[in-house]
Design a protein around this ligand. Sequence first.
Ligand code: PRP
Ligand code: URA
Length: 218
Amino acid sequence: MYLEDVRKEGLTVNIVDHPLVQHKLALMRQKETGSKDFRELLEEIAMLMVYEITRDLPMEEVEIETPVAPCRAKMLSGKKLALIPILRAGLGMIGGIQKLMPAVRIGHIGLYRDPDTMQPVEYYCKLPTDLGERTIIVADPMLATGGSSIAALSLLKSKGAKNIILLCLVSAPAGVRTVNETHPDVPIYVAAVDDYLNERAYIVPGLGDAGDRLFGTL
Ligand code: PRP
Ligand code: URA
């Protein structure tokens, strides 16, 4: 299984190191990669990562009939998952995930980092009902200081969410650590843990500003 459980230097994070994910991530990191390719690659990686992280979803046996005979088969059980992208850049992850799980419920949390303080500022929130009964995937390509993810997780918990997974693409050790400390119950899945944050709190080497590259607002 291409899923590495990293417990080093106090970090608890799952790295999805599937070769296809890592290859596509390398393409995304390249500064020559334009918005169209960046967008398509992010969708594809999100789909591949969700394929990996949903392998333990609960299942139930059901009676069905094939054209040949009745049989028992396994299907997903329980309520539909909820997918919560953090705007803007998280939006780039939902298309690929919806291809795998067309009935997933989608909520939106709008947050941006104040460029001076680096603190997250909330500007939008619309969530599915029954959060407490659903497995929730919070999606954001970048986990830098962790401020945005922590704000989103705290908001979801204040609305009743209990079972939350944080799905990011590129992370910095500092962001992983602070999410671990603030929300120890939330498993984190990433494609990479990079080296450090620079003076503007950008991930190094990272891939630059994910929202700007995704939407062509550089
Ligand atoms: C980016 C990214 C995360 C956040 C990560 O969003 O998509 O939400 O920064 O940084 P943090 O871990 O230090 O909070 P940004 O604020 O640039 O907004 P955008 O997606 O609208 O571009
Ligand atoms: N947000 C981004 O889009 N990129 C970073 O490196 C850090 C925060």
